[in-house]
Design a protein around this ligand. Structure first.
Ligand code: ZN
Length: 302
């Protein structure tokens, strides 16, 4: 199996996480995939392979002779994919030599165009992998998992001397619970790298504060013909909530360290409405201010 084959194999497993679940991992499919990964890394030559009750797969590559005193390095990737789009029956499409044109998916209506994603032009002549338009691909972060395993296989095949290396594959990163049951001390790495997203050669060494926000509005529904002074339209109150958040704090208007409120999902009727947001800020203080602003708006509307 090479890197591409390994990635395609993993992309086909459904591992969508579920923000509404209280279990760990949030979905059974992740636990099933954890078992596949545990088998694969054992076969690759990793030792002490374990799956925790929360679905975290860990393993180690013992140091080679003479390298036992080097720092222990960890590599981490997440096995779940975003609940924002279906991850069932993923059908990866391989474009062997990318020619710089629009990519038309066989299913669905979206087109991947360098006009919208100028970054595509950096990959002329390279092999691209996309989904077929009906699902996500799950390269975030099955690519990270495949890369870590293949890198370790290369180190072993080529007898490259190394210190002890720890590996962890975690569930539920996409719903903000990736580190919930992660036992840092038993993992035992002095330094660890998350292999996830971003461009080739890019290293990020900072992280933002993150929260999710669910706003539930209960209204009062009554026939519109007799609604005067009685109807409380939950959908309109939800829209009012959103209108009270600072417009400039939306992802499309922010960059760099600027934080945001991102409305990721909404549903509503006269009776009931829900808004789902993610809140991000590098500054802990501005992050806390964003959370308390959301609560103040709720208080005001109540
Ligand atoms: Zn990711």
């Amino acid at each position: 199996m090479n890197l591409l084959e390994r990635f395609i194999k993993y992309a086909k497993y459904e591992t969508t996480s579920d923000p509404l679940s209280e279990k760990s991992p949030s979905t059974e499919t992740q636990m099933a995939f954890a078992a596949v990964l545990a088998d694969d890394i054992e076969e690759a030559g990793l030792k002490n392979v374990k799956i925790s009750s929360g679905g975290i797969v860990t393993a180690e590559l013992p140091a080679t002779e003479g390298c036992e005193d080097l720092p222990v390095i960890g590599f981490i990737a997440h096995m779940d994919t975003s609940p924002d789009m279906s991850g069932r029956n993923v059908n990866p499409i391989i474009i062997e030599i990318y020619d710089g044109n629009d990519i038309v998916f066989p299913k669905g209506v979206d087109i991947l165009s360098p006009k919208d994603f100028p970054d595509l032009k950096n990959h002329l002549g390279k092999t691209l992998i996309t989904a077929d338009g009906s699902t996500l691909l799950g390269a975030d972060d099955k690519a990270g998992i495949a890369e870590i395993i293949e890198a370790i296989i290369k180190v072993l095949e080529n007898d490259i001397p190394h210190g002890k290396v720890m590996v962890a594959f975690t569930p539920d990163e996409e719903i903000g619970r990736g580190v919930e049951n992660f036992d840092i001390s038993s993992f035992g790495a002095d330094f660890a790298y998350t292999v996830d997203g971003g461009a080739v050669n890019l290293i990020q060494y900072e992280c933002f504060n993150a929260a999710s926000l669910k706003v539930s509005v209960s209204g009062f529904n009554i026939h519109p013909g007799t609604a005067k002074d009685k109807m409380v339209n939950a959908s309109l109150i939800a829209m009012e909530f959103d209108s009270m958040l600072p417009v400039q704090m939306r992802p499309q208007f922010t960059e760099g360290y600027e934080g945001f409120f991102h409305l990721s999902k909404m549903s509503g009727s006269e009776q009931q409405a829900s808004l789902f947001y993610i809140i991000r800020d590098h500054s802990k203080q501005l992050f806390e201010e964003k959370k308390s602003l959301a609560l103040k708006i709720c208080d005001f509307l109540n």
